[in-house]
Design a protein around this ligand. Sequence first.
Ligand code: NDP
Length: 434
Amino acid sequence: ADRSPGQPEYLQAVTEVFESLWPFVQANPKYAENALLERIVDPERIVIFRVSWVNDKGEVQVNRGYRIQHSQAIGPYKGGLRFHPSVNLSVLKFLAFEQTFKNALTTLPMGGAKGGSDFDPKHKSDAEVMRFCQAFVTELVRHIGADTDVPAGDIGVGGREVGYMAGMAKKLTNRADCLFTGKGISFGGSLIRPEATGYGTVYFAQEMLQTQGKSMEGMRVSVSGSGNVAQYTVEKAMQFGAKVLTVSDSDGTVYDKDGFTPEKLAQLMEIKNVQYGRCEEYAKKVGAKFLPGVRPWNVPVEVALPGATQNELDGKDAAMLIENGVLCVAEGANMPSTLEAVHLFERSGVLYAPGKATNAGGVAVSGLEMSQNAARLSWTREEVDGRLQQIMHAIHRSCVQYGKRRDGHVSYVNGANIAGFVKVADAMLHQGVI
Ligand code: NDP
């Protein structure tokens, strides 16, 4: 805490992981040697830089850019870029820390990183977004590389932004290395990458339900967010026969008592991804209710899939979900549940799994994009989706292996934290004090 003053999100993420690790490290003291725990919480490198760019009115704008290179212990730094006004050092440090354990869980050789800017892409013209991305990458490019650090998208950074950054990076380096993942298909992107985080979250939820002889079929589901992760969560949940009742954005929640259909999802994608519009417009278009300023968690459901942002589900929300009989909570977003909510879910016996396990499908397919680029070939949708399913299955298995309690109950929180930690910690022990 002394080294991270005023960084509440970072301390929250570290506390959650260390609550799981403490009993494990006491039982396995080799992991307390060589200041391993002190080293694993401290990012290897942090870069902070100024981003100056010119808006459509000809005015000079100044934003702050960041890259947190948390750990290279098991492979090149890897993790997304977030463009959102709430971005600061604490938020990105928590994301980079979580990313390190998540990437270890994927079974692929990737270290952990995160970055971004306090730039707000909302209400910016396409030309402004392009100029910002180009200015951002002009500095970032000297810190990344196909075998050093490979960024991707996150909140506010989708295919359009990755395209602008990858294009500028190629011009600056005069090389076609894989410097970004989440690229367009015509210049090295992987099929299924846009779908991967949402699909993976639903594959994981299905695995969790199957441990109790249940499935997504016929379940009522609430999803939060309406961006990349939320959209493909809705799609896969529908394909598995579930009835999806909600999506949301920072203005409020869409409650559709009849549930989503593929046609409604296509309308949401048009409004969000093409027109850069709001959930309220979508609700009007499809005749659903819009609840301004409200989060989706008081809608009674069997499965809740938070897919917006950190700390969007607090203790009160968790208590409401539990009271309404929720069976399974699987996180598409990173750290959407507060510590209090996590404790309530774990104590109540609800099937609850944290984002570092459930949403790892996104970075896993980014890893597969790197492999395809290195081999200079592209796999089919079926090939990538098949590998994604295998990876989600393997992550679920690791969580059960490390998270099973004596009473047979699985703590996915302990499972994910310990399984991810063991891989990174073993790699650090073998590589000496560096
Ligand atoms: P998008 O930018 O595509 O969508 C984000 C969604 O969350 C929007 O609906 C946005 O609403 C909402 N949102 C963002 N910030 C807030 C806030 N402070 N309060 C309320 N709502 C908010 O991002 P993604 O879908 O890519 O990311 C969503 C989550 O999933 C994040 O936690 C991200 O870290 C995580 N994630 C993403 C991965 C990926 O592959 N993209 C991989 C793994 C995790 P609004 O438009 O109003 O801001």
